[in-house]
Write a protein that binds this ligand. Structure first.
Ligand code: IPM
Ligand code: MG
Length: 371
């Protein structure tokens, strides 16, 4: 399993709220690989979000952004919290994350929703609807209404105000993310569903047109289309109909929260945000749990670290091609859950609730056993 290369640079940005607690557990997994001489990482840490604001007056400094650009991979925790909610918009913690995504050009956001057998009961849906579920949402991450111009709040001549955001996609922006989704579908069940509101929005029409055109290069993948509102409904009606979904930034944000809950908890879902491959086949990448900073439980050692640990597994797979090691981490998480380990978010009444640290201990013990 051991690979010779040891110059894997990872910038860890734990962020705010539960970010630092869950990140500590993910970092122990990297330490495990190091200790067992399986793979080593050059880990450095930086600030992002509210904690960066507190230290430097901005949610992401240029220096931290430069370090992120230079790293082989960024491992990200979560940002935000009530302490910073009254800050001007441009200084809010979330702007740090959005700036990282945009400046690093991480256009393809992979959000897998997999139901672990041991957790099928924790889903809000009936067991048979979700057991075995394995779908992947590919969310466009650097365009659309999140970044489109014009935007802002402006005062009209009559003194009333209006808020403006713009959904705008170029063909090139659509094409690159759709291609990424086709390629992922080829490695899975070969079904891709493009999701939009082409019945209302011209940008959606363009998404359909581009997806249809690109399809010619992926003859083995079946392409279908769905309106976003219907997709939200189908996700809770019959989620197993999906293999890969590709959609815009905003719809992907909404649908991935919905898909996450099918798996029992938002605390379980990892994600990878990838840029384009360079000539050497290397891509910029950032890995982060789909959940937020959960200020209500921050600092209490209650948060579920598994989404962060599974994000690390995605990093091993997508940035470092350490497939066996990624499998090992996922297997350890599966074994931990199968043995009954539960943090509060996935525990049913009467079940023992582990702390963040104890869940990390359980994963590490499972890793040791799996070697
Ligand atoms: C997500 C989050 C972010 C988003 C926030 C924190 C800016 O909800 O990653 O899904 O809207 O993209
Ligand atoms: Mg979201």
């Amino acid at each position: 399993m051991a690979k010779a290369r040891s110059n894997r640079s990872v910038l860890v940005l734990a962020g705010d709220g539960i970010g630092p607690e869950i990140m500590r557990e993910a970092m122990r997994v990297m330490e495990f690989f190091d200790r067992r001489r399986i793979a080593s990482f050059e880990v450095s840490e930086g600030l992002v979000g509210g904690s960066a604001y507190d230290a430097d007056g901005v949610p992401l400094t240029d220096a931290t952004l430069a370090r992120a650009q230079a790293a082989d991979a960024v491992l990200f925790g979560s940002v935000g919290g009530p302490r910073w909610e009254t800050l001007p918009f441009e200084l809010q913690p979330e702007r740090g994350l959005l700036k990282l995504r945009k400046e690093m050009d991480l256009f393809a956001n992979l959000r897998p929703a997999q139901v672990f057998e041991a957790l099928a009961e924790a889903s809000s849906l009936k067991r048979d609807l979700v057991a075995g579920l394995d779908l992947l949402i590919v969310r466009e991450l650097t365009g659309g209404i999140y970044f489109g111009d014009p935007r802002g709040i402006e005062t009209m001549p009559d003194g009333t105000r209006r808020g403006i955001n713009t959904e705008v996609y170029t063909e090139a922006e659509i094409e690159r993310v759709v291609r990424a989704a086709f390629e992922l579908a080829q490695k899975r069940a070969k079904r891709l569903c493009e999701v939009d509101k082409a019945n209302v929005m011209e940008s959606g029409l363009l998404w359909r047109e581009v997806a249809n055109r690109v399809k010619a290069d992926y003859a083995d993948v079946e392409l279908s289309f769905m309106y976003a509102d219907n997709c939200a409904m189908q996700l809770v009606r019959a989620p197993k109909q999906f293999d890969v979904i590709v959609t815009s930034n905003l719809f992907g944000d909404l649908l991935s929260d919905c898909a996450a809950m099918l798996t029992g908890s938002l605390g379980m879902l990892p994600s990878a945000s990838l840029g384009a491959a360079d000539a050497q086949g290397r891509r910029k990448a950032l890995y982060e749990p789909v959940h937020g900073s959960a200020p209500d439980i921050a600092g209490k050692d209650l948060a579920n670290p598994l989404a962060c640990v599974l994000s690390l597994a995605m990093m091993l797979r997508y940035s470092f091609d350490l497939r066996d090691e990624a499998d090992l981490v996922e297997k350890a998480v599966r074994a931990t859950l199968a043995a009954g380990a539960r943090t509060a978010d996935i525990a049913r009444s009467g079940e023992t609730r582990l702390s963040t640290r104890s869940m990390g201990d359980a994963v590490l013990a499972a890793l040791e056993r799996a070697l």
